[in-house]
Each structure stands twice: as structure tokens, then as C-alpha cells.
Design a binder for this molecule. Structure first.
Ligand code: NAD
Length: 338
């Protein structure tokens, strides 16, 4: 039986990943280690909370003692989703992002090394590569050039992960994924916030001209890719995970308004975010060649299903709305940046 430690498993992607593992590998067991910050929500896990192979531990990745206590359970694979993830919040409080995303990752690595885990997977982001012009794509070999305190903290964590492979021989992988979408995403990010505000017939603030380009991937495709990387990724390697689906933010906002039968006059352009990246695009050829993985979810269907999910589950997101950042109420962007 394989034992997983999933950190940040009460967040958006982590909760989907835990459900994926328990469905696809029913004899595996999962420890979900999460601090339950504003972004952590155990309601994301109601479908598996009674599964005897699922265990929730409330804890902080910055606390070595708490991390060591959970790592003692004979963990095979660590998948680190725990992070502060919202760019606007990082502009308001960069220090917290260094504490959680950099120091917290190092605490986890240290414990994983002591307990000789089989693999440590760091869930990173395309944002560590910075911004692209109209053409080009990010490869795993692209130099890191993060623009925001969020992406800088993720880039620093990636380097720390690589140092544990080089220095201590800890088997690691880093996955760098584009913007995710799907159910259970906190309503400060582009798609859920647009849906929530449109449903309430409120203005939808869009940064600048709204023509920033993001590459979108359904969260279920991301989870399948991480599962493969944990089991089969070559130790020490970075894997890009892209959606092959570039869209301008404004196009997404308009599509949501159309689906909800709301007027485009709700769109309100506001001053652009400082240091705002213009375009991200990923080449996931390496992952495709080694695993056969490709994004399976067509975006238009995935977006329609996601909108329907938010329409049908207002209780899930309505009580979270007061916790949006002032910035996200005044303008917004894509997936983790967003
Ligand atoms: P999220 O904000 O929804 O969830 C983060 C989770 O981490 C929450 O459950 C929170 O409680 C937990 N957490 C925060 N600080 C913690 C701490 N000190 N100790 C333990 N738990 C803590 O994030 P998400 O969107 O699901 O992203 C998950 C990971 O994927 C992040 O590392 C992010 O950088 C990365 N990522 C996200 C996207 C995206 O589009 N959302 C894209 C690429 C990469």
C-alpha cells in the first residue's frame, strides 16, 4: 500500500488531487496536511472524508515538529501543494509568501530527507518563467525570471527543491503548470469571481485592457499529470504541464457573461496590476513524450461545466466572498496569479 502526504490538500487543486488518488488507487492511503488558511476548505473533500484511507491533519508546513510528526507515518510520496497562491495578496504582504512558499518548502524537504521518502513532488507554476511576448513558449530549460513576490517565492522554492536532490540525493520532481480551472476554486480567481459577480449582477473589474493571455488547463488533467510524475517522473527532472489552450482574460469574462445571459456592460476596466505578466504559454512536450499525457478536457466543455457547478453550489462560495482581497474586488486575472 502506498502512503501519500499531500500538503495543502484542502485547497483547490490539492483537494482534487486527493479525490483523484483515492479513486484511481483505492488501496493507497492519503494524509492531508493543511493549515486551513482562508484558502483551505474541508468542504472540498466531503465526498471522501469518510474513506478509511483518508486522514486529515491540521498543521503548518513552517513547523518542523508538526511536519516530522506526520512524516513518521511511513510516507512514500510527498506532494507539496501548500502555498500562498494569490499574486495580489503577495503584492500586499510579500513576507508571508517567503515564509510559507520558501521556508515551508525547505521544512518539508528536510523532513522528507530524514524520513527517506521515495519521491518529493513540488507543485510549481508557469509564472516562475516570467512573461512572454506575442510568440514563444516556456520550456523546462527557460531561465527563471519571476515578476511578482508570489512567482519569486515559487521560483526560490523550486531552487531549494533542486538543491536537496543535488546535495542530499533526495529524489525530487518539480511540476510547472499553467492556470487551472474547475470546481472548488476560491472566488478571488478570475473564473469563479467573474461567475459570482455576474450572478449577483455586480460590476466585473478587469485589469487594464484584459488582453493578458493565459493557458488554461482543467484541474483533473493537472491531477493526472502529477500522479504520473510522482510514480514515473525521472528523479531530479522538471516537467511543464500546459493546457494547449491560450485565451485572453477578456475572452473568458465575455464567455462567462454569455453563458449566464448577462450584459457585457458589467465589465469595468480598471488600472493594471503592477508588474503584470502579459502572456504565459507552456511547452509540455517532455511530459507528453515520456508519459503520453495530454490535456483531455476540451476547454469549452470544461468551462461550461465549471459555470454550472458554481451556479448549482452557491452555498459553497457565497460564504467565502467576504474574504476576497480588496485588489481582487478591484481587478483580477487568471489562475494562481489570478
Ligand atoms: P489554494 O490557495 O487553493 O490552496 C492552498 C492550500 O494551502 C490551502 O488549503 C491552504 O490552507 C494551504 N496552506 C497555506 N499555507 C499553509 C501552511 N503554512 N501549512 C499548511 N498548509 C497551508 O491553492 P491552489 O490554487 O490549489 O494551488 C496549489 C498549488 O499549485 C500551489 O502551490 C500553487 O502555487 C500551484 N499552482 C496553482 C495553479 C492554479 O492555477 N491555481 C497553477 C499552477 C500552480
Amino acid at each position: 500500500m502506498t502512503v501519500w502526504l499531500v500538503t495543502g490538500g484542502a485547497g483547490f487543486i490539492g483537494s482534487h488531487f486527493i479525490s483523484h488518488i483515492l479513486n484511481v488507487h483505492p488501496s493507497d492511503s492519503v494524509f492531508n496536511f493543511d493549515l486551513l488558511t482562508y484558502a483551505g476548505n474541508l468542504d472540498n473533500l466531503t465526498s471522501i472524508q469518510d474513506n478509511p484511507n483518508y486522514h486529515f491533519v491540521r498543521g503548518d508546513i513552517r513547523n518542523q515538529h508538526e511536519v516530522d510528526s506526520v512524516m513518521k507515518h511511513g510516507i512514500d510520496y510527498v506532494v507539496n501543494f501548500a502555498a500562498e497562491t494569490h499574486v495580489d495578496r503577495s503584492i500586499a504582504d510579500a513576507g508571508l509568501f517567503v515564509q510559507t512558499n520558501v521556508y515551508g518548502t525547505q521544512v518539508l524537504l528536510e523532513s522528507a530527507r530524514k524520513h527517506r521518502v521515495r519521491k518529493f513532488v513540488q507543485v510549481s507554476t508557469d509564472e516562475v518563467y516570467g512573461s512572454l511576448g506575442k510568440t514563444g513558449t516556456f520550456y523546462e530549460s527557460t531561465l527563471l525570471a519571476p515578476s511578482s513576490p508570489y512567482s519569486a517565492s515559487k521560483a526560490a522554492a523550486d531552487l531549494m527543491v533542486q538543491s536537496y536532490q543535488h546535495t542530499y540525493g533526495l529524489p525530487v520532481n518539480i511540476t510547472r503548470c499553467t492556470n487551472n480551472y474547475g470546481p472548488y476554486q476560491f472566488p478571488e480567481k478570475l473564473i469563479p469571481l467573474t461567475i459570482a459577480r455576474a450572478m449577483a449582477h455586480k460590476k466585473i473589474p478587469v485589469y487594464g485592457d484584459g488582453r493578458q493571455i493565459r493557458d488554461w488547463l482543467h484541474v483533473s488533467d493537472h491531477c493526472k499529470a502529477i500522479d504520473w510524475v510522482a510514480h514515473h517522473g525521472r528523479a531530479g527532472e522538471v516537467y511543464n504541464i500546459g493546457g494547449e489552450n491560450e485565451r485572453e482574460n477578456i475572452t473568458i469574462v465575455r464567455a462567462i457573461l454569455r453563458h449566464l445571459n448577462k450584459p457585457e456592460s458589467l465589465i469595468e476596466h480598471v488600472s493594471d496590476r503592477p508588474g503584470h505578466d502579459r502572456r504565459y504559454a507552456m511547452d509540455s512536450g517532455k511530459l507528453r513524450r515520456e508519459s503520453g499525457w495530454r490535456p483531455a478536457y476540451p476547454f469549452d466543455i470544461g468551462l461550461e461545466e465549471t459555470i454550472r457547478w458554481y451556479v448549482e453550489h452557491p452555498k459553497w462560495w457565497q460564504r467565502l466572498l467576504g474574504q476576497e482581497t480588496p485588489q481582487s474586488a478591484a481587478g483580477m486575472d487568471g489562475g494562481d496569479d489570478s
